[in-house]
Write a protein that binds this ligand. Sequence first.
Ligand SMILES: Nc1ncnc2c1ncn2[C@@H]1O[C@H](COP(=O)(O)OP(=O)(O)O)[C@@H](O)[C@H]1O
Ligand SMILES: [Mg+2]
Length: 225
Amino acid sequence: MSNGEIRCVGLFKIYNEGEPNECRALNGVDLTIELGEFASIIGPSGSGKSTLLNLISCLDTPTRGEVYIEDVGISGLNGVQKARLRREKLGFVFQQFNLIPTMSAAENIELPMRFKGTPKPVRNSKVEEIIELVGLSDKAGNRPSELSGGQQQRVAVARSLANDPQIILADEPTGNLDQNTGKTIMGLLKRLNEEEGKTLVIVTHDSKIAKNARQKIQIVDGKIV
Ligand SMILES: Nc1ncnc2c1ncn2[C@@H]1O[C@H](COP(=O)(O)OP(=O)(O)O)[C@@H](O)[C@H]1O
Ligand SMILES: [Mg+2]
């Protein structure tokens, strides 16, 4: 066993096991992603990409097998420990942005730090730093409805960085964006990998996006191919 990686070992996710409507969303996945890597997970719709990402994200538990993050097996963690792992080590970017509509861009970015209990002055300077990093300083006070899709996704990327996670997990982050805006978001994520050393795991069904990644993981019918 070595440190510094995400490791999936014999991972199965079987919905409705033993029932007539049983669905093997993941069918024995073994996978290692080194920290600092830029990995893409590509596969057709329904192949198990989101299921895999949700297991790595500690959002869901496998039917069998284990996910290790830096040698810590997730199944051994209680709810509080899982929440801490999610808050401190992982950042999330979703296809639907998932911003809070009543909050400004800056407040959305600040939120994970409030959950963590970061003091207000530290939060303020961190928000300023990362909103600049994603090129939205002039939109800090705007609500999501006052921003374009690409700008909203930049806010979501900034929010994922709030607690300075080592790992960023993104599920179809460009799925709701036009091609050019998608390219901008991918450029931003790529820069975070190259310049800030963030581990990037991006789920996509777009081969153009996937080919940007250094580690290309292909999944079909719940299996790595
Ligand atoms: N909660 C659930 N209950 C039953 N089946 C599910 C559930 N979530 C996902 N599935 C099934 O698992 C398979 C993989 O889904 P998913 O991981 O979302 O695929 P992808 O993200 O690659 O499109 C699909 O066949 C889907 O219908
Ligand atoms: Mg999906």
